[in-house]
Design a protein around this ligand. Structure first.
Ligand code: PEP
Ligand code: MN
Length: 343
């Protein structure tokens, strides 16, 4: 339920409404706008009478809303959310580029990738330490050592870090070494994990599940928000279809769809979205043309030798090409590339 207060309603009147709802066992989120205050009522509102609420002083209307994502939706919060990750603003006017290896394989390769990325104009370093691999025999990531390499390179090169967390008991460790917690596509509906990152205060990047609808994705974001973490970035990374030329089908239409439904920033991962290096730059350009707030790509100093996802990884020279091409599209749509943070 959303309660729209009258233009000019007094803070005391707002408080009376809040207390009324709290006594009924509801959680109330208050959004103070320039013109009026909105109250978002979270809980089982079936027993609450809209007429009774509308009879309270200062209330204009009480509306029952059907969307399953009150906090992630635009109805309660109309202005865009900007998530700040180590000095980089995601969801603001500038387009953020993120790059790094699929998996952290060692200190040297990570340092080389991060250095080249920063020089190319990339603002955030990615790299997996805990890897969700389909086969138990594939490289599983370096775990804690990988996180230590990420933290070290972050300090040396001066780029904030995003890395995946796969289980609730890893959150503290990952949060100690990274600036943003990535929830992978395979864990988008791991509700226990969503709750726990919701209790954390680190920014969260929530990837779309490979077989999830936009509504399911936004409800997954709702979990994180409902547990108190407001810093959520959504990442479209392709969905499964019958098409076999690409690893996944990158759903470009999801970008303006989510932008319309939600105030959360949306970025795109064209590496997992296509599985093919030659498609990464064109799809990154398409994503920004469609309104994406950022792009995250996989990059490796020697993609042929990569321990995971080499076929979709850019080499370090291609990172410059990515920044040039995406920069042109950003300008064409009235935006610019975010600069890497100052060291
Ligand atoms: C990744 O970005 O490292 C990854 C595993 O991606 P996804 O969860 O989208 O498959
Ligand atoms: Mn990968």
């Amino acid at each position: 339920m959303i309660i729209v207060m009258k233009n000019g309603a007094q803070p005391e009147q707002v408080e009376v409404v809040r207390q009324h709802l709290k006594r009924a066992g509801m959680d109330v989120h208050t959004s103070v706008g320039r013109e009026r205050t909105l109250l978002g009522v979270i809980g089982d509102v079936r027993g609450i009478s809209t007429e009774a609420i509308e009879s309270l002083p200062g209330v204009e209307r009480a509306l029952r809303i059907l969307e399953p994502y009150k906090l992630a939706g635009r109805r309660l919060k109309t202005d865009p959310t900007v998530v700040e990750v180590g000095g980089v603003k995601i969801g603001g006017p500038e387009v953020v580029l993120m790059a790094g290896p699929c998996a952290v394989e060692g200190l040297e390769m990570l340092r080389a990738t991060a250095t080249a990325a920063r020089e190319a104009g990339i603002s955030v370093l990615r790299g997996g330490a805990f890897k969700p691999r389909t086969s138990p025999y594939s490289f599983q990531g370096l775990g804690r050592e990988g996180l230590e390499f990420l933290a070290r390179v972050r300090a040396e090169v001066g780029l904030p870090v995003v890395t995946e967390v796969m289980a609730p008991d890893q959150i503290e460790l990952v949060a100690d070494h990274a600036d943003m917690l990535q929830i992978g596509a395979r864990n988008m509906q791991n509700f226990n994990l969503l709750q726990e990152v919701g209790r954390s205060r680190k920014p969260v990047m929530l990837k779309r599940g490979m077989m999830s609808s936009v509504d399911e994705w936004l409800q997954a974001a709702e979990y994180v928000l409902a547990y108190g973490n407001t810093q959520v970035v959504l990442c479209e990374r392709g969905i499964r279809t019958f098409e076999t030329h690409t690893r996944n089908t990158l759903d470009i239409s999801a970008i303006p769809t989510v932008k319309r439904l939600s105030h959360l920033p949306v970025i795109v991962d064209p590496s997992h979205g296509t599985g093919r290096r030659d498609l990464v730059i064109p799809m990154a350009m398409a994503a920004v043309a469609a309104g994406a707030d950022g792009v995250m790509v996989e990059a490796h100093p020697n993609p042929e030798k990569a321990l995971s996802d080499g076929a979709q990884s850019l080499d370090l020279a291609q990172l410059r090409e990515l920044a040039t091409q995406v920069g042109l599209v950003a300008e064409a749509v009235g935006r610019a590339l975010h600069e890497p943070p100052r060291p």
